[in-house]
Design a protein around this ligand. Structure first.
Ligand code: URA
Ligand code: URA
Length: 229
């Protein structure tokens, strides 16, 4: 059996692995609201589609001037695991989907090593529009966009979050601690276990960090398998 770490390092076409055991999906609880109206006092959670609609033609910050489109997020609205990145890059801005460029291809390999497909998880970013020349997001841009990330996470209510890199981790944890200190240790976002790890774009520049990312995602895999999110 090929090891997960090798999958992260090597091209999958050469790995010969084609059978991917899937994690069980989150149990679907029968929704009694289909039969009876909820009492007026029970708040009904908003859906991802409703949140996305509010971002159509968003002009809350200056990134709207140079973006091609808002990159909202992709994947399973009932995902047990949500991955949060920083902001769309060139390819993501063109396609309207997060993590489809070079860093995204590495992320796909990390997911494959975790025995997950993109459609099993939900993937989004802190910032929904591409910063010009992929510069770091500014504080004001994070402030105007992060409420939408929080609402996405509330709508999905995942069992676990994997935060990719410094921006996602520091934003979700409201922390200024360096990613090198936070990664590999379980944290908590609104009561949801959150594992910080390095960003795949960082791994493209520093491949040695893949060993640490593999250690981090193994902790996520174990927790998913135990169902103790
Ligand atoms: N980097 C990110 O943080 N997000 C993307 O969607 C692509 C690259
Ligand atoms: N710096 C970042 O912003 N992210 C990483 O993952 C590593 C270093």
């Amino acid at each position: 059996m090929i090891s997960g770490c090798r999958v992260i390092f090597e091209d999958l076409r050469e790995s010969g692995v084609d059978v991917v055991p899937l994690l069980p999906q989150k149990k679907v609880v029968h929704d009694s609201r289909e039969d009876t109206e909820p009492p007026a006092s029970v708040p009904v959670a908003e859906t991802l589609a409703e949140i996305q609609q509010e971002l159509n033609d968003c002009q809350r910050c200056g990134l709207c001037r140079e973006r091609t489109q808002v990159v909202f997020g992709v994947g399973n609205p009932q995902a047990r695991l949500v991955l949060v990145g920083e902001a769309p890059g060139f390819q993501e801005d063109k396609k309207g989907e997060p993590f489809v460029g070079e860093a995204g291809q590495l992320l796909d390999r990390i997911l494959f090593a975790m025995k997950l497909r993109r459609e099993d998880v939900y993937i989004c970013n802190v910032i929904k529009c591409r910063p010009p020349k992929n510069r770091d997001p500014e504080k004001a841009e994070i402030t105007s966009c992060e409420a939408f990330l929080k609402r996405q996470l509330a709508a999905i209510a995942p069992e676990m979050i994997l935060s990719l890199g410094r921006f996602a981790t520091q934003t979700l944890l409201q922390s200024s601690a360096p990613i090198g200190k936070l990664r590999g240790h379980w944290q908590s976002y609104e009561g949801i276990p959150l594992m910080p790890t390095f960003h795949p774009a960082y791994l493209l520049r520093n491949p040695a960090g893949k060993y640490q990312v593999w250690e981090d995602v193994k902790q996520v895999m174990h927790r998913l398998q135990e169902g103790t999110g």
